[in-house]
Design a protein around this ligand. Sequence first.
Ligand SMILES: C[S@@+](CC[C@H](N)C(=O)[O-])C[C@H]1O[C@@H](n2cnc3c(N)ncnc32)[C@H](O)[C@@H]1O
Length: 230
Amino acid sequence: MNTTQCLMNPFYQDCYFSDYDGQAESFYIFIEGNHLPRRLRESETLHIGETGFGTGLNLLSLLSCVLTDPSHLISIKYSSLEKYPLTTERIKELLHPFEKTLGTNLTLYLTYWSSFYESLTPGWNRCVWEFPSVQLDYNLYVGDARDWCREIEPRAVDAWFLDGHSPDKNPEIWSPSVLQSVYDKTAAGGTLASFTASGIVKSPLREAGFFIKRKKGFGAKRHMIQGTKS
Ligand SMILES: C[S@@+](CC[C@H](N)C(=O)[O-])C[C@H]1O[C@@H](n2cnc3c(N)ncnc32)[C@H](O)[C@@H]1O
């Protein structure tokens, strides 16, 4: 099996992340795209929302950005959704290239995930996981993004990782009703970032009320987007 086949989600015929360097891509788009290195240093609590949990690489990129400082404990609420949760074995296989760089956080995450996965039920699933300098209130909605829309409190999320598959292969996760809900659930001053600058995504986000700008994309991609709710 080549790398692209290995990274493929069979439900959408698309990769979970870039076969060039998924960890660098995740960091560039979602972590830097939401200015999280600074916000993590300056905050004691943050609520992150994500559409498309997949392997959890974005969560791990976020955790690896927290400075392990015993005097600065941060509490992160992470609300994500996933229609097809992956087994621990499949996550291990997909994240194998980042074993060294993700280090202890990956080992801890896989241990937590394996018992969490066994207990998953449709709808919201919640756990509190401890990582160095981070208390993580982890919430996963198992089901379709279009149903989840109604089930997260309004004006609560500080930063969004909009990470479905490409809009031509996975239009439902980018549907206007999902993107309107993303806006409704965002706190004032909250932000979003996405790898896609497609009009199908940009226009409904602008219509919902986000200020959207384009930035150079990761690797060979021309553009990505960043958004702010004023
Ligand atoms: C590009 S992958 C996400 C990659 C991920 N953030 C990671 O770190 O591995 C997109 C994810 O969205 C999920 N997905 C796609 N459409 C969905 C929908 N309508 N509802 C819920 N999950 C969906 C897919 O199963 C897939 O895991």
